[in-house]
Ligand binder design. Structure first.
Ligand SMILES: Cc1cc2nc3c(=O)[nH]c(=O)nc-3n(C[C@H](O)[C@H](O)[C@H](O)COP(=O)(O)O)c2cc1C
Length: 179
Protein backbone atom coordinates (compact mmCIF):
# COMPACT_ATOMS: atom_id res chain seq x y z
CA UNK A 1 0.00 0.00 0.00
CA UNK A 2 1.49 3.36 -1.03
CA UNK A 3 0.25 5.21 2.02
CA UNK A 4 1.41 7.46 4.83
CA UNK A 5 0.63 7.39 8.56
CA UNK A 6 1.61 10.07 11.10
CA UNK A 7 2.47 8.73 14.58
CA UNK A 8 3.19 11.09 17.43
CA UNK A 9 4.12 11.31 21.07
CA UNK A 10 3.73 14.60 22.91
CA UNK A 11 4.07 15.55 26.56
CA UNK A 12 3.10 19.22 26.50
CA UNK A 13 1.26 19.50 23.17
CA UNK A 14 3.83 20.96 20.74
CA UNK A 15 4.51 17.74 18.82
CA UNK A 16 0.79 16.93 18.89
CA UNK A 17 0.07 20.21 17.14
CA UNK A 18 2.70 19.42 14.50
CA UNK A 19 1.32 15.92 13.91
CA UNK A 20 -2.28 17.13 13.69
CA UNK A 21 -1.34 19.87 11.24
CA UNK A 22 0.66 17.50 9.03
CA UNK A 23 -2.03 14.83 9.06
CA UNK A 24 -4.96 17.17 8.45
CA UNK A 25 -3.19 19.15 5.71
CA UNK A 26 -2.31 16.03 3.73
CA UNK A 27 -5.35 13.94 4.67
CA UNK A 28 -3.22 11.29 6.39
CA UNK A 29 -4.38 9.18 9.35
CA UNK A 30 -2.95 9.81 12.80
CA UNK A 31 -1.71 7.42 15.49
CA UNK A 32 -1.00 8.38 19.10
CA UNK A 33 1.55 7.05 21.58
CA UNK A 34 0.55 7.44 25.23
CA UNK A 35 2.42 6.73 28.45
CA UNK A 36 0.98 3.82 30.43
CA UNK A 37 2.21 5.66 33.52
CA UNK A 38 1.28 9.34 33.14
CA UNK A 39 4.06 11.90 33.60
CA UNK A 40 2.63 14.39 36.04
CA UNK A 41 4.39 17.33 37.70
CA UNK A 42 8.03 17.42 38.73
CA UNK A 43 8.20 13.67 39.27
CA UNK A 44 6.95 13.15 35.73
CA UNK A 45 9.56 15.51 34.31
CA UNK A 46 12.28 13.80 36.33
CA UNK A 47 11.21 10.45 34.87
CA UNK A 48 11.60 11.95 31.36
CA UNK A 49 15.17 12.91 32.27
CA UNK A 50 15.99 9.47 33.69
CA UNK A 51 14.37 7.64 30.77
CA UNK A 52 16.67 9.57 28.45
CA UNK A 53 19.86 9.32 30.47
CA UNK A 54 19.36 5.58 31.11
CA UNK A 55 18.20 4.84 27.55
CA UNK A 56 14.99 3.31 28.90
CA UNK A 57 11.96 2.03 27.00
CA UNK A 58 8.95 3.03 29.11
CA UNK A 59 5.68 1.16 28.75
CA UNK A 60 3.40 2.76 26.17
CA UNK A 61 -0.04 2.35 24.63
CA UNK A 62 -0.44 2.95 20.89
CA UNK A 63 -3.80 4.04 19.52
CA UNK A 64 -4.31 4.20 15.77
CA UNK A 65 -4.06 2.27 12.52
CA UNK A 66 -1.62 -0.65 12.31
CA UNK A 67 1.70 1.05 11.41
CA UNK A 68 3.09 -2.00 9.59
CA UNK A 69 0.33 -1.66 6.99
CA UNK A 70 1.68 1.67 5.77
CA UNK A 71 4.50 2.24 3.31
CA UNK A 72 5.73 5.30 5.20
CA UNK A 73 5.32 6.31 8.84
CA UNK A 74 6.08 9.91 9.83
CA UNK A 75 7.26 9.95 13.46
CA UNK A 76 6.71 13.16 15.43
CA UNK A 77 8.22 13.50 18.92
CA UNK A 78 10.00 15.92 21.24
CA UNK A 79 13.66 15.97 22.23
CA UNK A 80 14.48 15.06 25.84
CA UNK A 81 18.02 15.56 27.13
CA UNK A 82 19.42 15.84 23.57
CA UNK A 83 17.76 12.55 22.60
CA UNK A 84 14.58 11.14 21.13
CA UNK A 85 11.77 11.19 23.73
CA UNK A 86 11.75 7.74 25.34
CA UNK A 87 8.14 6.71 24.50
CA UNK A 88 8.96 7.02 20.78
CA UNK A 89 11.97 4.75 21.40
CA UNK A 90 9.59 2.17 22.90
CA UNK A 91 7.29 2.47 19.89
CA UNK A 92 10.18 1.87 17.46
CA UNK A 93 11.22 -1.25 19.35
CA UNK A 94 7.65 -2.59 19.27
CA UNK A 95 7.01 -2.11 15.54
CA UNK A 96 8.78 -3.09 12.35
CA UNK A 97 8.40 -0.10 10.07
CA UNK A 98 9.21 -0.21 6.39
CA UNK A 99 10.06 3.45 5.77
CA UNK A 100 10.18 6.32 8.22
CA UNK A 101 10.38 10.10 8.19
CA UNK A 102 11.11 11.97 11.43
CA UNK A 103 9.96 15.35 12.74
CA UNK A 104 11.28 16.44 16.14
CA UNK A 105 10.27 19.44 18.21
CA UNK A 106 12.69 20.94 20.72
CA UNK A 107 13.85 24.00 22.57
CA UNK A 108 17.00 24.36 20.52
CA UNK A 109 19.20 21.24 20.21
CA UNK A 110 19.43 17.45 20.02
CA UNK A 111 17.74 16.67 16.69
CA UNK A 112 20.71 14.99 15.01
CA UNK A 113 21.01 12.52 17.91
CA UNK A 114 17.33 11.63 17.58
CA UNK A 115 17.60 11.09 13.81
CA UNK A 116 20.63 8.85 14.32
CA UNK A 117 18.80 6.86 17.01
CA UNK A 118 15.83 6.23 14.70
CA UNK A 119 18.28 5.03 12.05
CA UNK A 120 19.97 2.71 14.56
CA UNK A 121 16.75 1.17 15.87
CA UNK A 122 14.97 0.74 12.54
CA UNK A 123 18.12 -0.17 10.61
CA UNK A 124 17.10 2.27 7.88
CA UNK A 125 17.99 5.90 7.29
CA UNK A 126 14.90 8.12 7.60
CA UNK A 127 13.75 9.22 4.15
CA UNK A 128 13.18 12.74 5.48
CA UNK A 129 13.97 14.61 8.67
CA UNK A 130 12.87 17.96 10.05
CA UNK A 131 13.68 19.76 13.32
CA UNK A 132 11.36 22.49 14.55
CA UNK A 133 11.78 24.57 17.66
CA UNK A 134 8.76 24.92 19.93
CA UNK A 135 8.88 28.63 19.11
CA UNK A 136 8.64 27.89 15.37
CA UNK A 137 5.63 25.67 15.99
CA UNK A 138 3.87 28.16 18.26
CA UNK A 139 4.54 31.17 16.02
CA UNK A 140 3.64 29.25 12.85
CA UNK A 141 6.98 30.14 11.24
CA UNK A 142 7.83 26.44 10.82
CA UNK A 143 4.56 25.48 9.13
CA UNK A 144 5.82 26.03 5.58
CA UNK A 145 8.76 23.65 6.02
CA UNK A 146 6.52 21.06 7.66
CA UNK A 147 4.00 21.07 4.81
CA UNK A 148 6.84 21.05 2.26
CA UNK A 149 8.40 18.00 3.91
CA UNK A 150 5.03 16.25 3.70
CA UNK A 151 4.73 17.06 0.00
CA UNK A 152 8.14 15.55 -0.64
CA UNK A 153 7.09 12.28 1.00
CA UNK A 154 4.59 11.68 -1.73
CA UNK A 155 5.71 9.24 -4.44
CA UNK A 156 8.07 10.68 -7.04
CA UNK A 157 9.72 13.24 -4.76
CA UNK A 158 13.32 13.31 -3.52
CA UNK A 159 14.15 12.86 0.18
CA UNK A 160 14.84 15.90 2.32
CA UNK A 161 16.75 16.55 5.52
CA UNK A 162 16.66 19.97 7.18
CA UNK A 163 17.90 21.49 10.41
CA UNK A 164 15.91 23.86 12.61
CA UNK A 165 16.89 26.79 10.41
CA UNK A 166 15.71 25.05 7.25
CA UNK A 167 19.19 24.29 5.92
CA UNK A 168 19.65 21.06 4.00
CA UNK A 169 21.52 18.36 5.94
CA UNK A 170 23.22 15.10 5.01
CA UNK A 171 21.21 12.00 6.07
CA UNK A 172 22.08 10.92 9.65
CA UNK A 173 24.79 8.28 10.18
CA UNK A 174 23.57 4.96 11.63
CA UNK A 175 26.48 4.51 14.02
CA UNK A 176 26.47 8.04 15.48
CA UNK A 177 26.39 8.08 19.28
CA UNK A 178 24.32 10.62 21.22
CA UNK A 179 26.33 13.62 22.38
C1 LIG B 1 12.52 16.45 30.26
C2 LIG B 1 12.72 17.37 29.10
C3 LIG B 1 13.95 17.45 28.49
C4 LIG B 1 14.15 18.31 27.39
N1 LIG B 1 15.38 18.32 26.79
C5 LIG B 1 15.57 19.15 25.72
C6 LIG B 1 16.82 19.14 25.02
O1 LIG B 1 17.74 18.41 25.34
N2 LIG B 1 16.96 19.98 23.96
C7 LIG B 1 15.97 20.82 23.55
O2 LIG B 1 16.17 21.57 22.62
N3 LIG B 1 14.76 20.82 24.17
C8 LIG B 1 14.53 20.01 25.23
N4 LIG B 1 13.30 19.98 25.84
C9 LIG B 1 12.22 20.83 25.31
C10 LIG B 1 11.25 20.03 24.44
O3 LIG B 1 11.93 19.23 23.49
C11 LIG B 1 10.32 20.98 23.66
O4 LIG B 1 9.68 21.85 24.51
C12 LIG B 1 9.31 20.18 22.83
O5 LIG B 1 8.79 20.99 21.80
C13 LIG B 1 8.15 19.68 23.69
O6 LIG B 1 7.32 18.89 22.89
P1 LIG B 1 5.92 18.34 23.40
O7 LIG B 1 5.09 19.58 23.79
O8 LIG B 1 5.33 17.66 22.24
O9 LIG B 1 6.14 17.46 24.58
C14 LIG B 1 13.08 19.13 26.92
C15 LIG B 1 11.82 19.04 27.56
C16 LIG B 1 11.65 18.17 28.63
C17 LIG B 1 10.29 18.07 29.27
Amino acid sequence: MDSILVVHYSLSGVSRRVAQLLASHHGWPLGTIEDRRPRVGLRGTWRCVLDSLLDRQPRIRYRGPVPEEFRTVVLVAPIWMYRLAAPMRSFLHEHRLRRVAVVVTMGSAGASNAFAEVHRITGKAPVATLALTAHEVESGSGTGRLIEMGLRLRPGHATVHQDAAGHALAPPAAGARPR
